[in-house]
Design a protein around this ligand. Sequence first.
Ligand code: ZN
Ligand code: ZN
Length: 285
Amino acid sequence: MRIGAHVAVSGGLAKAVGRGAEIGCEAIQIFNQSPRMWRPTAYGDDDFAAMREALEATSIDAVLIHAVYLLNCASDDNEIARKSLDSLVQSLRIGDGIGADGVVLHAGSAKTGDVAKAIARAGKVIKAALKETDSCPLHLENTAGAGGTLGRSFGELAALIDAAGADDRLGICLDSCHLLASGFEVRDADSLAAVLDECVGLVGVERLGSLHVNDSQAPFGSNVDRHAYMGDGEIGEPGLAVFLSEPRFEGLPCVLETLRRDRQSEDVALAMTLRKRGLARRRRK
Ligand SMILES: [Zn+2]
Ligand SMILES: [Zn+2]
């Protein structure tokens, strides 16, 4: 597992690498543009080369790109669907340019409409985005299940992958907070193993792409997406240690998205410590 954090990208892609290195990251995640605006940031080959060069000078060896929150690939509004496609293509092109491990996407929302139809619409947009880009993987993130957000269950993630053509580039990103909020028990090793059995049974183990490790302010099964600082939430340090040491997560990039402002390196270090603690506990069993 490569542990790290979401880092700001202001000042350029290479700057994000420096920020990640400064707080001890082995993996980083960035937004490829302002997360609440449609307007894309124009990056070119020079920016990609500068970022790759910056990465070589650090021990960061995994980069994730988080697609913009505004995207709704499942929208039945043609204008929103077209903008979502353009923005997703942009994210994947940057991923191609920097050799990212994946673009992480919230597939979209059915709002109050029919879920199966929404999945079909999202699949179409995702398929088109893959067709327009080269090789960067695309990881569909599981959601906390609020509103009509798609990806609340492994069945929905599998259906989205199928609707998008089951391309080899498609994978999933599992968020610990969203899993708990969606009613998946991740806090003890046996329960998490059972959750993963269900997950790989429906999605396929080869599609496990990346992880978000966040604690949760909202309780188990609440369908509320509210991150807590590491150890301060409903998952807690023992639960996070279980999540971070799950054998099937070995090798995946894993980023914290919610860090204490002035204690970012401590939070990253805490995640690394909790992983070691979890591994030691599993060995003793
Ligand atoms: Zn997340
Ligand atoms: Zn979240």
